[in-house]
Design a protein around this ligand. Structure first.
Ligand code: HAM
Length: 422
């Protein structure tokens, strides 16, 4: 019978990689704590219209990438393709946005039916941040400073570039949209097929086109920055000023428009050249209209999400995972013969009580090459327990060299040796 395999683009995370995920998650959590963000956990499935109304009907995600199905009650549900819409829905539903500011973060799997390749999967994981009730550029700056601090703590800062743009107000964008369409219509026949289609539905996304002909045509196109409203220009200048003051380097990218419709004013992406084609590791921006668009009282919002798989790949490729992150055991414990197994378990329990935080694995199989097995398991110390009359004694291995531990004061000696390690 054929073996059942995982679904294409949906990956298992094996123990040798899950330690890197845990390392990354712990670093992110430390940084989020440092900025006063609170965790929110949302369901993985939502009503389909939540995503249609927020991400936009004519975006790649909604048009071709959502995992949508009908449940037994004939309701159309969708596996979340991103977290912002759910976060806004949850915050609004539970009254978190009423007359107060919120700084929230979440993590978990997202689902998009994309063509899988390195760094691009159908189930992938994001850690996202959403902040509500703050309309000033200082909040946009905080989000960027927070991410920069994270890159620094991970050793990634010199491997990523911050790209920045402003999309202006929705009115300014609507005006620019018309100007852009009028310009592109002159070259309609030369545009790539996707861009032709987008001319009517979502012309700003044409700026993102990778097609060389379309890119040529775009070189002479009117620029969004020339159509920005005064307030958005001031907002953007203030953001750049705060970033400059804090030593954050960035590249202005007037073609950065993002693939989701809810953004206004600031948009940004952190990109890297060390991953190949899928080089965006973190992206976000401001979405001041989204809460109202989903039926809430008008509340400004801004946030970003980072792709966990891409960051893990980067840490591994650039060899930036510290050895301590892979060290998951302090002691590997084995008994010299089967008759000592019960005593071994009691000893293990005693040690766990004596040393909080001790990471101890008991050996439960054959007794060959215990020391090598301990090293394989990544333990700092290995202890082989033996019997001396009625008492226990043993051999403690560290870095390949053995040390005999006598029966007298046996447990105390082990505890002392471990306390040096833990
Ligand atoms: P996004 O740009 O669609 O934005 O995704 C954010 C990040 O998720 C990307 O930069 C990338 O690192 C990762 N990502 C996206 N798709 C995949 C995939 N198929 N495989 C692996 N990684 C992927 C959003 O989702 C917005 N909700 C971000 C946001 C939050 N804006 C404001 N608040």
């Amino acid at each position: 019978m054929a073996k059942i395999q995982a679904i294409r683009g949906m990956n298992d995370v094996l123990p040798q990689d899950s330690v890197v995920w845990q390392y990354l998650e712990a670093q992110v959590k430390d940084v989020l704590d440092a900025y006063g963000y609170s965790e929110i956990r949302m369901p993985v499935v939502e009503y389909t219209h939540l995503f249609k109304r927020s991400i936009g009907e004519v975006t790649d995600i909604v048009e071709k990438e959502m995992y949508t199905f009908e449940d037994r009650n004939n309701e159309s549900l969708t596996l979340r393709p991103e977290g912002t819409a759910s976060c806004v829905r949850a915050a609004e539903e539970h009254g978190l946005l009423f007359n107060q500011t919120q700084r929230l973060w979440y993590q978990g799997p997202m689902f998009r039916y994309e063509k899988p390749q390195k760094g691009r999967y159908r189930q992938f994981h994001q850690i996202g941040v959403e902040a509500f009730g703050m309309s000033g550029a200082e909040l946009d700056a905080e989000l960027i400073l927070l991410t920069a601090r994270l890159w620094k703590s991970l050793g990634l800062l010199e491997h990523v570039t911050l790209e920045l743009n402003s999309l202006g107000s929705s009115e300014a964008r609507a005006h620019y949209r018309q100007v852009l369409v009028d310009y592109l219509l002159q070259f309609e026949a030369q545009l790539d097929e996707d861009s032709k289609r987008r001319l009517a539905s979502n012309p700003l996304r044409i700026l993102d086109s990778k097609d060389p002909n379309t890119q040529d045509i775009l070189r002479q196109a009117p620029m969004l920055e020339d159509y920005l409203d005064e307030e958005s220009k001031e907002h953007f200048a203030e953001l750049c000023h705060i970033l400059d003051t804090n030593g954050i380097r960035y590249v202005l990218n007037p073609k950065l428009v993002r693939g989701l419709d809810y953004y206004n004013r600031t948009v940004f992406e952190w990109t890297t050249s060390s991953l190949g084609a899928q080089g965006t590791v973190c992206a976000g921006g401001r979405y001041d209209g989204l809460v109202a668009q989903l039926g809430g009282k008008s509340t400004p919002g801004a946030g970003f999400a980072m792709g966990v798989e891409r960051l893990v790949l980067m840490l591994e490729t650039l060899q930036l995972v510290p050895e301590s992150a892979r060290q998951t055991l302090d002691l590997y414990l084995a008994a010299e013969h089967k008759g000592l197994q019960a005593a071994l378990i009691s000893l293990a329990e005693q040690l766990r009580t004596a040393i909080p935080g001790l990471r101890l694995r008991s050996h439960c199989a054959g007794l060959k090459n215990i020391n090598a097995k301990a090293q394989q398991a990544g333990a700092t110390l290995a202890l082989i327990v033996k019997q001396n009359g009625e008492s226990l004694c043993g051999t403690l291995w560290q870095d390949g060299s053995p040390q005999e531990v006598n029966a007298e004061g046996f447990v105390a000696a082990i505890v002392a040796a471990l306390n040096k390690q833990v």
